[in-house]
Design a protein around this ligand. Structure first.
Ligand SMILES: CC(C)(COP(=O)(O)OP(=O)(O)OC[C@H]1O[C@@H](n2cnc3c(N)ncnc32)[C@H](O)[C@@H]1OP(=O)(O)O)[C@@H](O)C(=O)NCCC(=O)NCCS
Length: 188
């Protein structure tokens, strides 16, 4: 599929480009990004090139992994973070996200995910017509869980010691959002 551009009043969400590579490389050094996402370690220019020109490009072309960078159109500067939709099947998919350390605490990811979710739930041809979105994270990732709760995800389970990340085991929290859910913030 062709990459999609989504907008809110202050954000533009669009596919990563060559011009974003330095920024992607920079945020991939962050300890929390390393601790909670599957970025390669070490992450240099070659990994950034591969991400933009192979992973993201083929993901959009095949419709299997939709990588959006989050851009604040109200202030100059590089992309502030990313939202990814992956694991498609049976009208469902999983959502993931990250922010550059200097861009946290401003509501960017919650706003960006809400817009992406609107699009995912909108029937075709204006959206993808999904009925369910899945979220999963190690139980220690309270910042990510807070985003999911602000978006209205319903906690569905805690899979004990189910997640192996960078050589250690974690409880895996799993949550879901249905097209028919209210989308109001919840507290788990
Ligand atoms: C997970 C992560 C993206 C959350 O970032 P975040 O900045 O907390 O999330 P948001 O963009 O939704 O911002 C929410 C914060 O901005 C504040 N905020 C400020 N202005 C705001 C506005 N205009 N609108 C909404 N919230 C605003 C909120 O009060 C909230 O702050 P709080 O947590 O102190 O209550 C970030 O911690 C991260 O990148 N972590 C590493 C990667 C990672 O773990 N990814 C998830 C993998 S499962």
């Amino acid at each position: 599929m062709e990459p999609v551009v989504l907008r809110t009043e202050r954000l533009e969400l669009s596919a990563p480009t060559e011009a974003d590579i330095d920024r992607i490389v920079a945020w991939s050094q962050d300890p929390d990004v390393i601790a909670f996402t599957p970025v390669p370690v070490p992450y240099g220019r070659a990994e950034g090139e591969a991400f933009v020109h192979a992973t993201a490009a083929s993901g959009w072309a095949e419709g299997t992994r939709l990588e959006f960078l989050i851009r604040d159109t109200t202030r100059p500067g590089p992309a502030v973070g990313s939202v990814v939709v992956f694991g498609f099947g049976d009208d469902a998919a999983e959502i993931g996200y990250l922010l550059a350390p200097d861009s946290r605490g401003r509501g960017y990811v919650t706003e960006a995910c809400a817009r992406v979710i609107d699009w995912l739930f909108t029937p075709a041809p204006d959206g993808l017509g999904l009925v369910r979105i899945r979220w999963s994270a190690p139980a220690e990732n309270t910042a990510s869980a807070a985003v999911a709760q602000r978006l209205g995800f319903v906690l569905e389970g805690r899979l004990r010691s189910a997640l192996v990340h960078r050589g250690s085991r974690h409880d895996d929290l799993v949550a879901g959002l249905l097209r028919s859910d209210p989308r109001d913030p919840v507290v788990w």
